[in-house]
Design a protein around this ligand. Structure first.
Ligand SMILES: Nc1ncnc2c1ncn2[C@@H]1O[C@H](COP(=O)(O)OP(=O)(O)OP(=O)(O)O)[C@@H](O)[C@H]1O
Length: 227
């Protein structure tokens, strides 16, 4: 193992997480996620899972303590840094929907162009690669409404992988899917993780915890602990 492989991708120390700048949701949060880790984030509704994830991608500002995410120090972060931080993490969230008036390919191309890609052939290749990675090799020309819920979620995962993130943050990525389809999505995350990308996944699905043993962080009573 090289020294680099144990380099933290996420490190929170004595971090307090607030909503609206004044509602303390989680106090004194401390954990590290290293390259290639798979970590489940569990806890009841309202326990702070989404608030924690939002802090990591700078949708909520870090107000106290220190946090490092893909090399950025959250306590020193400026608004102008946010897009660059987000380029290095992949986000799979309910509120990051696909554009329904664009094909799968156009949805993915939009993100690549917005993040500085210009060469048509390189863009085409990268889109093919990420769609293969999520098991959707042939759906480039489809509109999102022509896809099943599970297929749409795969496109969202493919989109999150476009810029080769060091970590994927996923908030209930199987929440709206049938159990069988949710299981397939879980397997997509597993294969992405095996290929080297760390995953932090909030879930209510305790079957996954049994079936896919991994680290578990639990939000409970205003704090986060490793289970
Ligand atoms: N925009 C907001 N403004 C104020 N308070 C909020 C806001 N969003 C969430 N909260 C509050 O922060 C706390 C944590 O909510 P959060 O959404 O992080 O929990 P969660 O564990 O992700 O829940 P769920 O499993 O339902 O998604 C709750 O008390 C919630 O009411």
């Amino acid at each position: 193992m090289t020294a680099f492989s144990s380099e933290p991708i996420i490190q929170l120390e004595n971090t307090d997480i607030y909503q609206n700048g004044n509602k303390l949701v989680l106090a004194d949060v401390n954990f590290v996620i290293n390259k290639g880790d798979f970590v489940f984030l569990i806890g009841r509704t309202g326990s702070g899972k989404s608030s924690l994830l939002k802090t990591l991608y700078a949708d909520l500002w870090l107000e106290s303590g220190t946090g490092t995410v893909v090399g950025y120090q959250l306590q020193k972060l400026k608004q102008a840094d946010v897009p660059f931080l987000r380029r290095k993490i992949g986000i799979v969230f309910q509120d990051f929907q696909l554009f329904f008036d664009r094909t799968v390919e156009e949805n993915l191309e939009f993100v690549l162009r917005a993040t500085g890609w210009t060469d048509k052939a390189t863009i085409k290749n990268r889109i093919s690669e990420v769609l293969m990675q999520v098991g959707l090799g042939t759906l480039q020309k489809k509109m999102p409404h022509q896809l099943s819920g599970g297929e749409q979620q795969r496109v969202v995962i493919a989109r999150a992988m476009l810029n080769e993130p060091q970590i994927l943050l996923a908030d209930e990525p199987t929440g709206n899917l049938d159990p069988e389809v949710g299981e397939q999505i879980m397997q997509v995350f597993q294969s992405i993780n095996t290929a080297g990308t760390a995953i932090l996944m909030a879930t209510h699905n305790y079957d996954f915890l049994k079936k896919y043993p991994a680290r578990v962080l639990k939000c409970e009573a205003g704090s986060v602990s490793e289970v």
